[in-house]
Design a protein around this ligand. Structure first.
Ligand code: ZN
Length: 276
């Protein structure tokens, strides 16, 4: 088994957000030899978009993604239009940051609804409505399937198969972000990586599934501390043409968010080498 290329380690700023702002996260990546960074739109508030874009450019870091567009299921037309407007702005921001993709977190059930099929249709229509703009701006949209436990409130797209089907339907410009935390359990993973191929496999997000997990959102583990066979997933993606970064994205209110971010990044580097 070939070990992961250390030059392809990236940091999602959520991993250190409790302690570091964007500028500190950029400096931290530089200090620790981490080559890529995924930023959240709220990270840009302090500096403003233009200054953040300049800072990222001069840092030499690859902007592996911008989080995020969505949610799309809506209760009324005003909500629908607001979500689309917001995603169009997100596409423009991703273009200015030269981000490799804009991550889409599509949303669960529409407010007050139990109609999952209708919510999925809203997602399809919303993404279909912004895709032209993304293509014009040269921004890839990365659909991120979420673990089914989030189907009600975060993402009614749960599997790689669903994501591939939406990509088939909507066409070029739409790809997939693979988060091991969300898809590790999926028996069709390898087959769906093959179906996706190089053009659709846009991002790889890393953390680990702890047993037991004490919080559905904020208790992700560091790679190696849980039960996900991360090397298997990474190799399967790379065997199907994925050549992007390995991005650490850890939501961890009780552990990693409380630690010194320099220690966290040290451990990220070690675990990337030994457990990815
Ligand atoms: Zn993710």
């Amino acid at each position: 088994m070939s070990p992961p290329d250390p030059a392809r380690l990236a940091l999602n700023t959520v991993t250190v957000r409790e302690r570091w702002n964007l500028q500190q996260a950029i400096e931290g990546c530089r200090r620790h030899g981490i080559g890529g960074i995924t930023v959240w739109r709220q990270d840009l508030a302090d500096l403003g978009l233009a200054a953040a874009a300049r800072l990222l450019k001069t840092s030499g870091l690859t902007v592996t993604g911008l989080a995020r567009g969505g949610p799309y299921p809506y209760a009324d037309a005003a909500q629908r239009d607001a979500a689309i407007e917001d995603t169009l702005r997100g596409i423009d921001e991703a273009a200015q940051l030269e981000a490799r993709c804009l991550i889409l977190v599509v949303g669960g059930l529409a407010p007050g609804s139990k109609d999952l099929a209708a919510s999925r249709a809203m997602v399809r229509d919303a993404i279909g409505g912004v895709l032209d703009h993304a293509l014009r701006r040269g921004v890839a949209l990365a659909l991120e399937p979420f673990h089914p436990m989030y189907c009600a409130d975060r993402s009614c797209i749960s599997t790689l198969r669903q994501a591939n089907a939406l990509c088939d339907e909507l066409g070029p410009g739409l790809g997939i972000a693979v988060d091991v935390y969300h898809v590790w359990w999926d028996p069709e993973l390898e087959a769906e990586f093959r179906r996706a191929g190089q053009t659709r496999l846009l991002a790889l997000h890393l953390s680990d599934w702890l047993v037991p997990t004490t919080d559905l959102v904020l208790d992700r583990g560091m790679m190696g501390d849980g039960i996900i066979d991360i090397p298997r997933i990474r190799r399967a993606m790379e065997a199907n043409g994925f050549s992007g970064f390995h991005e650490v994205e850890i939501f961890s209110a009780r552990n990693w968010w409380r630690r010194d971010p320099d220690e966290v990044l040290d451990i990220c580097r070690q675990r990337h080498r030994t457990h990815c």
